[in-house]
Structure formats: C-alpha cells, structure tokens
Design a protein around this ligand. Structure first.
Ligand code: NAD
Ligand code: UFG
Length: 336
C-alpha cells in the first residue's frame, strides 16, 4: 500500500514525503523534474533512512502515469505537480492550462480506471482573489486574478464534479497560504530557479550575499506599516496538514476544502525584522512600486482544519526564518 506523490521532488512535495516516510507510509514519487532536482529525493532518503520509489515522468504522458499505477499498489494520491509562477502564467496561459489541468485530468482518469479514488489536491489561497475581508474562511467568495489561479479554481471545480458523478471519491482541496521555511535538518528546502518571485527566498539570497538588497513592493497599502500582509506557514506544518487530510478522507467520502494557514498576518517589514532577530542578519531593503496584482492583506481563518482535521500550525515565524536560513546557508546554490 503506497501513496503516490506527484511533484514529490518539489518544495512542498519533498517536505511532505519526509512526513509520510516518518509515519511509515510507502512513498512513490512521480515528477518530471521541470522545477526540481533529483537530489531532493536522495536527501529525503538520507534524512529518513527510508527509500522512495521514483519515476521521472510527466503527468501529460498517460502511459507513464498508467505504468506507475500498474507497478505499485497505490491507495491514495497527494497531487502537488503543477506550474506555479503567477507572472509566467500570464505570459504563457496555454502552457499553464495544459500542464496543470490536462495533467490533473490524466491523473484522475488513470486513478478512476485503477479504482483509486482518494486524492489530496494542492490548491491555493490565490483562489480567494482580492478578499472582501480577513481572516478568510473557506466560504469566502472565490475568483482568481491570473491564469495560474484559474487553474486552481478550475481543478477544484473538476474535482467537485467528479465526486458529484461518483460519490466514492474522497477528495481534499487544501488551500495553502504562504509556505516558507525548510526541514529543520537544513538538507532540503526551496530552490527557485533564477530570480525568486517569493519573499523568503529573496530575503535568504540577500542574506547569503547572492543579491544586493530586497525590493519591498510598495509601502502605501492600507496596513499598519503600509507593506503587504500575508499568512506565512512553515512548510513542515503544511506537510503535516496533508497527512491529517489523508486520514480524514480515508475515514469518509466527499469533497472537503480546508485553509492551511496559521491565522496570523505579517507584513513584509515584520518578516525582515523577524529574520534579523532570528538569524542576526540584517537584510538591506529599498521600497519600490507595488507589484501588479498584489493585494494588501491575506490571512486565513484556519479553524475548520483545526476542528475537522485536528491540525493547527505549530511553528513560529522565528522557526520559519531560522530554518529557511539554515537551508540557504548550507546550500547557497540550492541543490546545485
Ligand atoms: P514546486 O515547483 O517546487 O513543485 C512542483 C513539482 O511538480 C516540481 O517538482 C515539478 O518538477 C513538478 N511538475 C510540474 N509539472 C509536472 C508535470 N506535468 N508532470 C510531472 N511533474 C510536474 O512547487 P511547490 O511550491 O512545491 O508547490 C506544490 C504545489 O502547491 C503546486 O501545485 C503549487 O501550485 C501549489 N501551491 C504552492 C504555493 C507556494 O507558495 N509554494 C502556494 C499555494 C499552492
Ligand atoms: N514581496 C516583496 N518583495 C519581493 C517578493 C515579495 O515585497 O521580492 C512582497 C509581496 O508584495 C507580498 C509579500 O511579499 O506583499 C509576499 O509575496 P510572495 O510573492 O512571497 O507571495 P504572494 O502572497 O504574492 O503569493 C504566494 C504564491 C502564490 C500563491 C499565494 C497564496 O507565490 O502562488 O502565495 O497566498 F497563490
């Protein structure tokens, strides 16, 4: 009995593989390595002392996906594989729709034909668009502002339709807020290619001397210090949320939607200060224009996940900064 982790070599998938192996699940990873390194899988094995069955394959390759199911006794799927760069999705919408949506369709069709109907999907807080109010609960209106976000919304709808047509499906839609940090070993972490889009990898790259300074995108938002507020969640807490979701859907059929966030919002400058306090490293910054498409404030109401999954984020912003820094310091060039 094994769990298939699509995108298991990537940032969140690799951390979730560690949690699965620690809980004695058998793990099969399918990843095309388009945004990840096979070294992540080696290190997962080093950290846990357990092995991972790895298929370097594309979800768009139906035969390859079928082979993974034929060769393993898969009982459930954690589906992380997807493209995730918002800006790139605006430039290459068809690439995003094809990869994320067609990939999910091929996965679900294969699962159905093999009688595997347990699926945890990586959705995103981006499905809330510009929230009317914070904290954001799962009932809040949805509406994505870019093709990446629309792939998440469309896949959520597809999975609801799938369950509508066949009530045997057991599906969890997990809407992540802002995952940061790294495994406390410092051996695996986030390894963006090129210029990081996201705040924490940018901060750690400035701290390690790879970049001169952080550009803070706007200080004129309607927030206490004028910079954007987000709900940063430690990737290990997020990974644990997946195991809880898997247990939940193993116990009951249906489609469940959960926010995975801490419920606390931190501004960009809060994070810069927290990073200094946690690591002793001052990150120089400059205030620049707002980034198009950014919103002022976004943080979760995570109470449904606590009530129904018995899960809540435990790690602090200090843990997130220390662990992200340990990973970056020990691996200044990521997995290269
Ligand atoms: P990531 O890029 O590190 O991991 C995704 C993995 O999927 C990569 O290893 C990539 O090689 C693989 N992949 C992509 N397309 C594939 C395909 N067609 N076939 C096989 N493998 C493929 O990203 P991540 O940060 O770990 O994100 C994982 C999931 O969580 C994604 O679906 C992402 O959209 C979602 N998510 C991420 C964030 C975030 O801030 N990191 C926030 C919300 C949701
Ligand atoms: N920011 C900067 N400078 C940077 C990078 C980011 O000031 O160099 C600011 C942003 O303006 C924002 C905050 O830091 O206020 C967080 O930005 P991120 O890019 O780290 O995260 P986002 O909230 O914009 O988006 C992330 C993922 C999305 C996902 C969303 C879910 O990138 O894919 O979280 O909430 F959909």
């Amino acid at each position: 009995m094994a769990i298939l982790v699509t995108g298991g070599a990537g940032y969140i998938g690799s951390h979730t593989c560690i949690q699965l192996l620690k809980e004695n699940y058998e793990v099969v990873v399918l990843d095309n390595l388009s945004n990840s390194s096979p070294k992540a899988l080696q290190r997962i094995e080093e950290i846990t002392g357990k092995t991972v069955m790895f298929y370097q394959a594309d979800l768009l390759d139906r035969q390859a996906v079928e082979r993974v199911f034929e060769e393993n006794n898969i009982t459930g799927v954690l589906h992380f594989a997807g493209l995730k760069a918002v800006g790139e999705s605006v430039e290459k919408p068809l690439y995003y729709y094809h990869n994320n949506i067609t990939g999910t369709l091929i996965l679900c069709e294969t699962m159905r034909s093999c009688g595997v109907k347990t699926l945890v999907f990586s959705s995103s807080a981006t499905v809330y668009g510009t929230p009317e109010r914070v904290p954001i609960s799962e009932e809040a209106p949805t509406g994505a502002a870019n093709p990446y976000g629309r792939t998440k919304l469309m896949i959520e709808e597809i999975l609801r339709d799938l369950h509508q047509a066949d009530s045997d499906w057991r599906i969890a839609l997990l809407r992540y807020f802002n995952p940061i940090g790294a495994d406390e070993s410092g051996r695996i972490g986030e390894d963006p290619t090129g210029l990081p889009n996201n705040l924490m990898p940018f901060i750690t790259q400035v701290a390690v001397g790879k970049r001169d300074k952080l550009m803070v995108f706007g200080d004129d938002y309607d927030t206490p210090d004028g910079t954007g507020i987000r709900d940063y969640i430690h990737v290990t807490d997020l990974a644990e949320g997946h195991l809880k979701a898997l247990e939940k859907i193993a116990a009951e059929t249906g489609v469940k939607t959960y926010n995975l966030g801490t419920g606390f919002g931190y501004s960009v400058l809060d994070i810069v200060h927290a990073f200094l306090e946690a690591t002793g490293v001052q990150v120089p910054y400059e205030i620049t224009d707002r980034r198009p498409g950014d919103i002022a404030s976004c943080y979760a109401d995570p109470s449904l996940a606590e009530k129904e999954l018995g899960w809540r984020a435990k790690k602090t912003i200090r843990d997130m900064c220390c662990d992200a820094w340990r990973w970056q310091q020990h691996n200044p060039n990521g997995y290269q």
